[in-house]
Design a protein around this ligand. Structure first.
Ligand SMILES: Nc1ncnc2c1ncn2[C@@H]1O[C@H](COP(=O)(O)OP(=O)(O)OP(=O)(O)O)[C@@H](O)[C@H]1O
Length: 394
């Protein structure tokens, strides 16, 4: 098998390797097959790597090998350049935060005591521990006054998960291992937690290994994705963009599913694409100017710009003689941080074939068309580079 797991997938400047798995193998007693088989993988500092794959493929076992909850049959784990077997286990676990499904909180300890677990192990004084607990509750979006003294059973699943994240961050670890942290959360709250967690990560920049069953979550959360096949083997390790654009044969293609080309749209932000120009008119234009603009364009709609070049409506062009019709309202234009997928979603929601895009100040920037998105989906699905000359990545 080619070595898919070494080095930097982007081929750019190398990030420091925080976790290095070297031919790591785990065979549980009495099992004929290895749960993890000669796994070799470099995890760069300050990034999220998602492990995704079918049930039983060795994701959890790999996590437990990293923080030495279990010992390997053979192979090595290096943390920040040092073999983990040379680091005493308690010290190691203080450097590695661990969250599991449903938060894994101690049921008979309050929220504050749960979060304080590692800071106390580290011997911090009471005041520093108390401050850290409040700081972390703030960070995960829970009001310390309300939640500090509650017990886990007095929290919703999502709140327990937040406390689980706060507890894992307690001792300011270098590394976080998160084993399906949002697995038991309903889809809406799950999305909120994912967004919240990405916001936290932008501030704390930990090295994170994030296990999930869900390819969409792997794409959203991962700077890189390791796709596991059976027996703890990694079939592909790369950025979400590359995996979606060029999935390894067979299993990976199947695992990603037929929605890959649509999913890729969600990876491209509007701020990074060059948008085609569109015929526009000013809100204050007189009738003659509007008629001239309608005749001079081959589009079925003109975009109306108001004060400060803000898109405010669409002007349909009708009839053989191309007359401007009644202005239609434009509710909310798309912004620079929206993705091509958001554009598609927006057009499907408002039943339109085009959507106006603005810059960060709300000024008109261009228009995305449904036809262009359709073309992108089709060319990407066919595996060909996009031939669209309407919408180029900047
Ligand atoms: N303590 C154990 N003793 C024996 N076999 C085990 C043990 N723990 C896990 N296994 C086996 O090792 C394999 C890998 O398990 P692991 O929990 O790492 O998979 P996983 O990818 O995390 O699965 P899931 O997505 O279902 O959590 C499985 O076949 C499992 O049955």
């Amino acid at each position: 098998m080619p070595d898919v797991t070494r080095g930097t997938p982007e081929g750019g400047a190398a990030d420091r390797t925080m976790i290095r798995l070297d031919a790591l193998t785990k065979r549980y007693p009495g099992q004929s097959e290895a749960a993890v088989d000669a796994l070799t993988l470099d995890i760069p500092a300050g990034h999220i790597v998602t492990f995704v794959g079918p049930s039983g493929c060795g994701k959890t076992t790999t996590m437990k090998l990293i923080n030495r909850l279990i010992e390997p049959t053979s192979g090595r784990v290096h943390l920040d350049g040092r073999d983990v077997t040379e680091v005493p286990a308690p010290q190691l676990r203080r450097r590695i935060g661990y969250t599991i499904q449903q938060g894994g909180l101690f049921p008979h300890r309050t929220v504050a005591d749960n979060i304080a677990t590692v800071p106390r192990l580290l011997g911090w004084d009471r005041r520093r521990v108390g401050e850290r607990v409040d700081e972390l509750l703030h960070l995960v979006g829970l009001d310390p006054k309300t939640y500090r003294r509650r017990y886990p059973k007095q929290l919703s699943g999502g709140q327990q998960q937040r406390v689980g994240v706060a507890r894992a961050l307690g001792g300011d670890p270098q590394v976080m291992l998160m084993d399906e942290p949002f697995g038991a959360i309903d889809p809406l709250n799950r999305e909120a937690l994912q967004n919240e967690f990405l916001r936290i990560q932008a501030a704390v920049r930990k090295t994170i290994v994030f296990v999930t069953h869900d390819m969409d979550e792997a794409i959203k959360m991962g700077d890189r994705i390791a796709i596991f096949g059976d027996n703890g083997r990694v079939l592909q390790y790369d950025t979400p963009e590359r995996i979606l654009a060029d999935p390894a044969e067979g299993f990976v293609t199947e695992f990603i599913g037929s929605g890959a080309s649509v999913r890729r749209l969600s990876l491209t932000r509007l701020e990074s694409v060059v948008l085609p120009d569109w015929p526009t008119v000013e809100e204050t234009s007189d009738g003659e100017t509007l008629r001239a603009a309608a005749r001079g364009s081959d589009r079925d709609y003109l975009l109306v710009l108001g004060d400060g070049r803000r898109p405010v409506g669409w002007l349909p062009v009708t009839g053989e003689d191309r007359r401007p019709g009644e202005r239609l309202p434009l509710l909310s234009p798309l912004g620079p941080r929206d993705s091509l997928f958001d554009a598609l979603d927006h057009m499907l929601t408002v039943n339109a074939s085009a959507a106006a895009v603005v810059d960060g100040d709300g000024r008109y920037r261009g228009v995305v068309e449904m036809d262009t998105l359709r073309e992108l989906i089709n060319t990407r699905a066919a595996g060909a580079p996009s031939s669209s000359d309407h919408l180029q990545e900047a």
